[in-house]
Design a protein around this ligand. Structure first.
Ligand code: SF4
Length: 186
C-alpha cells in the first residue's frame, strides 16, 4: 500500500457503500479530536446526533464522555475518537457482525495513522472487536492488557452509564486509571 494519509481515508469513507448502513446515513462519521494524540477512544457507531452532525460522541452520551474526559484532566479535543462503524445503525441497534467486518479496515487504517500508545474501548461492541471476541464488559472492564506495544483497556459506553446510574462509579474509576496510564507512558 502506498503511504497512508488522512486524505485517502476520508476519500474512502465518504464514498463507501460496502454495507447496508450506507442506505440511511446523513453523514459518514469518521473521527473527532486530535490526529496527533497518543490516546485513542473507540466506540461502536454513530447515534442520531452524530449522524446529523458528522462527528462522533456529540449527543447526550458524548456530553457525558466529555465530562469524564475533563474530570480526568483531558481536554476533549486532546484525545482522538472514532467508532467501529462509520454510519449510523437504524434505531441505534448494535452494528451487525457483517457491518463491523465491512468497516473495520478503516479503523485499522486510522489506528496506523495515529499510532496510539493507549487504546480505550468504549463499551462491549468495541471491546469484542478490538480486544477479545469473548470480552465480558461487566467482568473484564478496567483491566489493562498490552498488545504489540499498545496498552488497551475497555470501560462502559457512556450511553450505558446514562441508562444505569450504578455504572457511574466504575466508569469514573476507569477514567482515573486511564489518566494514570497516560501520565505514566505518554
Ligand atoms: S458503515 Fe463503514 S463499511 Fe458500512 S457503508 Fe459506512 S463506511 Fe462503509
Amino acid at each position: 500500500m502506498s503511504e497512508k494519509s488522512w486524505e485517502q481515508l476520508e476519500e474512502w469513507c465518504l464514498n463507501c457503500y460496502r454495507c447496508g448502513l450506507s442506505q440511511g446515513r446523513h453523514n459518514v462519521v469518521i473521527d473527532r479530536g486530535s490526529r496527533q494524540s497518543e490516546i485513542m477512544f473507540i466506540g461502536e457507531g454513530p447515534g442520531e446526533q452524530e449522524d446529523l452532525q458528522g462527528r462522533p460522541f456529540v449527543g447526550p452520551a458524548g456530553q457525558l464522555f466529555d465530562k469524564l474526559l475533563v474530570a480526568a484532566g483531558f481536554a476533549p479535543d486532546e484525545v482522538y475518537v472514532a467508532n467501529i462503524v462509520k454510519c449510523r445503525p437504524p434505531n441505534n441497534r448494535d452494528p451487525r457482525e457483517e457491518e463491523q467486518q465491512a468497516c473495520i479496515n478503516y479503523l485499522r487504517y486510522q489506528t496506523a495513522l495515529i499510532k496510539p500508545k493507549i487504546i480505550i474501548c468504549l463499551g462491549r461492541i468495541a471491546a469484542k472487536a478490538i480486544i477479545d471476541r469473548d470480552f465480558k464488559i461487566t467482568k473484564d472492564r478496567g483491566r489493562w492488557i498490552q498488545r504489540k506495544g499498545v496498552w488497551m483497556m475497555a470501560t462502559f459506553h457512556p450511553s450505558a452509564v446514562l441508562r444505569d446510574e450504578l455504572k457511574k462509579r466504575p466508569v469514573w474509576e476507569d477514567f482515573k486509571s486511564i489518566r494514570m496510564k497516560f501520565d505514566e507512558i505518554c
